[in-house]
Design a protein around this ligand. Sequence first.
Ligand SMILES: *Cc1c(COP(=O)(O)O)cnc(C)c1O
Length: 374
Amino acid sequence: MMKVEFYKHNIGKEEINRVNEVLKTIFLTTGKVVEEFEDEFSKYLGCKYTIGVTSCTAALHLGLLAYDIGPGDEVITTPMSFVATSNSILHAGAKPVFVDVEPDTGNIDVNLIESAITKKTKAIMPVHLYGQMCDMKKMRKLANKYDLRIIEDCAHCIEAGREGVRPAQLSDVACFSFYATKSLNCGEGGAISTNDCKIVDKLKSLRLHGMDKGAENRYTSKKYHHWDLDILGWKYNLDNIKAALLVSQIGKLDNYWHCRQEIYNIYKNGLKDLKQVKLPRIIGKSALHLFTIWVDPSKRDDILHTLQRKGIGVAVNYRAIHSLKFYKKEYGFKSNNFPNAQLIGGSTISLPLYPKLTNKEIKYVIEILHKVLK
Ligand SMILES: *Cc1c(COP(=O)(O)O)cnc(C)c1O
């Protein structure tokens, strides 16, 4: 039997050498390498600023705090995401308001957002599910009409574009994850990218307790300057070691994306005769972070377990957030509140999709799926 891992990272010699260089210096925490990463990542996205943090969850949380969103405020978001999305709204003390998703993409249905807006609504937090961008032009128009912020969850979506719009371009802040299985990864890490110069200093302060000077700043100036605390912040600063891993991967992002596109096309072709398999719709250029199939919900778990038994790494991205125990218990959601998200959550299976996947492995996954779904 073959073993096909769900994910393999791309950390190689170059990345390891960069980390070694950092380890030979005295400065391991937030410093020059973080700044280098921030500049390079901004350049890649075509935006003005990036602030490195410890996770996308932290980035989303700080994005809300930067705009003073908290208790008494509502944030509109999608139930078809990882819990980090709506949890970050709770971390800020605000209330997540779910809006159902489009049945063909799994992304928040922008046409349903307006009816969920109240006097308390302060922001929209969309997720570009699997790497497919939401309709950001329509969302920005709506946000402008009601004076709302857009805090983009771009955990799946670095390389994408739709109608000329890329991540971080029409939102107020865009939040990225460099968690172990993401396209750009350092084990655990994240970033906030923005074009809003007014919040950059605040975000830098918020990621380090609210201090007005970072360690590098305090250490490298010849004369000691006292730091002060302006606001209450968090401990979310990215360090030089992680930044070294990240900075050496940025130049390879497009190459990796092309590899995933090839694999995507082989899968798509190989599965096209299987009527029981539905693929999410792609509009524009998807970041192709996940290859997810939608199957009959009454058979999903059986298929999932059979794939696993055959040595294939699989994942479920995701069961709808509103149907999870905590959200049901605390907020009284019922499974049928958001039927499209509920259906997708019951149908979804993610298959291996990463540059190191071999043709033999892809063929094997397709072959097993044909056998299972016969
Ligand atoms: C991975 C992920 C997150 C959380 O990222 P962390 O860096 O682990 O905090 C948030 N949203 C989505 C959609 C994700 O896939």
